[in-house]
Design a protein around this ligand. Structure first.
Ligand code: ZN
Length: 118
């Protein structure tokens, strides 16, 4: 499933003006050999921020702000390389309420039948 991506802004290194990042440099042999498709968005760190308050999200996907950070391959400065919005799947990760487990809230494993002493 291709996520909808809208590029907002790209940046070059604020220190030296370089545009090559450490991640691009490291992945270059993999891109050349075809193991990573050309044009793949590579970055050392991806920060995802929801654009909508959680209670306003109704579907299975929502537009989120994606801030990608990396290190300049020329001088090592860490900087934001790209900002975009993407349509990302929403994870409905729910914690079970305390005390709702099969053992009254204790998460120990019961030994399987027949594995007792003797
Ligand atoms: Zn630099």
């Amino acid at each position: 499933m291709a996520n909808e991506t809208h590029l907002i802004k790209t940046f070059s290194c604020p220190h030296c003006g370089g545009i090559t990042t450490i991640t691009q440099l490291a992945a270059e042999p993999l891109v050349t050999s075809g193991k990573i498709p050309e044009g793949t968005s590579l970055s050392a760190q991806k920060i995802v921020l929801p654009l909508l308050p959680l209670e306003k999200i109704t579907g299975l996907t929502a537009m989120v702000l994606l801030i990608e950070r990396d290190y300049c391959a020329d001088c090592g400065t860490e900087y934001t390389i790209r900002v975009s919005t993407i349509e990302a799947p929403i994870q409905m990760g729910r914690q079970p309420p305390p005390g709702s487990g099969p053992f009254g809230g204790f998460n120990f494993k019961q030994p399987p039948p027949g594995m007792g002493r003797g």
